[in-house]
Write a protein that binds this ligand. Structure first.
Ligand code: ADP
Length: 576
């Protein structure tokens, strides 16, 4: 079996967490064997709908796409498919009921999910506020944030023994009486260190800010009004905290629910940890990403997108992820039930910044937005078509009756949703491409020698190639790039090169948000994106980004001001 061509960083990641080990913890598979294990396990679902003889051909196609790093499923699939645990989903949302039993049931389930490498998101909005009565004990409640601390401690305790370090999303509605405590809950940087937090904002709240009005905080226990808050004061508090520490983010609950095709199942209250997947309570989702480096053809000066190949990879991705739903081992029957009934999948792209480099298009340009529109519009049409074709052979998703597709005479879909832009924090390293739709943080990255501690600075290969082709690559340029990671500020370099090879902090927040919003228009789940701000950015900059994201229809927003947080929940764990 020929081994796939993997970068050193990819091999390190695979060896540390992905390749199977025996009882003595020795690695017992190669990367090629890992891709085969996954390909076979996932292809096996074909036998549920047609002759078993077709499974081998499907497995071969899945294997080739993964081994050539053209398409990769999310980490839990790579780690677990075809193993006894076989839990393949990356994203979960669990309900937190307003009772001790409910809180601890969900805590246990979250622990089991995190053990398999899945991330968990919760809305704590159903919990009665701090100071409210507890009839059974005659005491008073310690409030929503105190229970988040409990969940945080659970993750802290189990993360050593898990496949990944564990990640949670905590969401609280802006009209919950504990909103102030929630918004400021990460002032102590060690508190809630295993949580990302986002405020669930409503259209009503956003309107109240505009008008300078008060809005009611409501006790979820009995729907009584607790008190009235000044919308602008809460908004300013959110902005100040986000400026200070990057959190809380926002989740636009009404936007999410308006666009949810399965409204007949009730409201969506929460998302997974990186906010790209709004889900119903107990729902989970498997993600997969197409590496855009794999769909570029032509010599350097005439590179173009290979639409035919992109289309084929979308077909393959939808097929793959639909199969995952059938072969997955679910950690709870309630999760299994809704996953099988909605068949929600999240196919997306990664390597967007690499693609723009290759095509010579600056990230912060109208041309890049048009290309994003065209590319994701194409993925949208093709993914819907692929899901409809699957439905012809395999049937529509069981919750189809009563869904928006059904009521509005839409397509007969196999899957309630098909598209997500994932962060691809680890699979991007495995595929050796830029993460999701993010710009590069620097034009250099760090490579660790296999088995050693030695670190080497590498320059982005497309930049090197382009600088060489244009005859401007010399020692001075190399030294500048290695020292600063960027070239926009280098007046000696031709203007067009400086424009194209932009990095995250050189791109204004407005362009970051516009890029996110453009992808969101063609994505039926959410888009993972960090709006990077330079250290000297002001709270007003954060406010403009938050407002713009809401106005442009983003389902959520996360900002990060350089240097404002010592460590992020989902850092790249020191590989990159
Ligand atoms: P990957 O590249 O490893 O497939 P992503 O970075 O795309 O994963 O993240 C996708 C989702 O996977 C996240 O939003 C979250 O739900 C889950 N996830 C990511 N990293 C972790 C982690 N360390 N622990 C638990 N869940 C995680």
């Amino acid at each position: 079996m020929e081994e796939p061509k993997l970068s050193t960083n990819a091999l390190i990641v695979l060896e540390e967490r992905y390749l199977r080990r025996n009882a003595k913890l020795e690695i017992i598979e190669t990367p090629a064997e890992m891709f085969w294990r996954v390909a076979r396990a996932v292809a096996d679902a074909d036998a549920l709908y047609g002759p078993r003889s077709q499974v081998a051909a499907t497995a071969e196609r899945f294997y080739q796409a993964m081994a050539h790093l053209e398409f990769l499923p999310n980490s839990p699939t790579l780690m677990n498919a075809g193993t006894p645990s076989s839990q393949c989903m990356a994203c979960f949302v669990l309900p937190v009921e307003d009772s001790l039993e409910g809180i601890f049931d969900t805590l246990k389930l979250a622990a089991l999910i995190q053990q398999t490498g899945g991330g968990t998101g919760f809305s704590f909005s159903r919990l009665r506020p701090r100071g409210d009565v507890v009839h059974s004990t005659g005491g008073i409640s310690s409030g929503a944030v105190s229970f988040m601390m409990l969940y945080n401690a659970m993750t802290e305790t189990i993360k050593q023994g898990s496949k990944r370090r564990g990640a949670n999303m905590g969401i609280l509605r802006v009209d919950h009486p504990d909103v102030r405590e929630f918004v400021t809950s990460k002032r102590d940087r060690r508190a809630l260190n295993n949580f990302n937090i986002s405020v669930g904002v409503t259209d009503e709240f956003m309107r109240a800010i505009e008008k300078g009005e008060k809005y009611p905080l409501v006790n979820p226990r009995d729907r009584s009004v607790w008190e009235h808050e000044d919308a602008r004061r809460i908004w300013e508090l959110i902005i100040q905290e986000a400026w200070d520490s990057g959190e809380p983010g926002l989740v636009a609950l009404d936007t999410i629910n308006r666009q949810n095709p399965t409204k007949h199942l009730g409201e969506i209250e929460a998302t997974n940890p990186c906010a790209e997947e709004p889900l119903h309570p107990y729902e989970a989702c498997c993600l997969g990403s197409i590496n855009l480096n794999a769909v570029v053809t032509g010599p350097p000066e005439q590179r173009q997108l290979d639409w035919h190949k992109l289309g084929e990879l979308v077909d393959l991705g939808v097929h793959f992820l639909d199969n995952v739903i059938d072969i997955n081992h679910y950690p709870d029957p309630r999760i299994e039930d809704i996953c099988r009934r909605n068949r929600r999948i999240g196919l997306g792209v990664m390597g967007w910044a690499d693609l723009l480099f290759q095509l010579g298009v600056p990230y912060d340009s109208e041309e890049a937005l048009s290309l994003a529109e065209e590319l994701m519009g194409f993925v949208e049409d093709r993914a819907v078509e692929a899901s409809v074709k699957l439905a012809e052979r395999r049937g529509v998703f069981p919750n189809y009756p009563g869904s928006d597709y059904d009521r509005r005479g839409g397509p007969r879909m196999r899957n309630a949703t098909t598209r997500t832009i994932a962060p691809t924090g680890t699979i991007g390293i495995i595929a050796n491409c830029s993460a999701g739709i993010e710009p590069l943080f620097a034009l250099t990255y760090t490579r660790r020698a296999l088995g050693g501690r030695e670190l080497k600075q590498e320059i982005h290969p497309v930049f090197l190639e382009e600088a060489r082709r244009r005859g401007v690559l010399d020692d001075h340029l190399r030294e500048h790039v290695v020292a600063t990671g960027r070239v926009r500020n280098l007046p000696t370099l031709p203007e067009d090169l400086r424009r194209v090879f932009a990095t995250a902090l050189e791109i204004s927040p407005e362009w970051h948000v516009r890029m996110q919003a453009t992808f969101q228009r063609h994505v039926d789940n959410g888009v993972s994106k960090t709006i990077n701000l330079p250290q000297e950015a002001t709270p007003e900059d954060v406010e403009s980004a938050y407002r713009l994201a809401y106005e442009l229809g983003c389902k959520g927003i996360t900002v990060y001001r350089y240097g404002s947080r010592p460590e992020q929940v989902l850092s790249l764990e020191g590989y990159c």
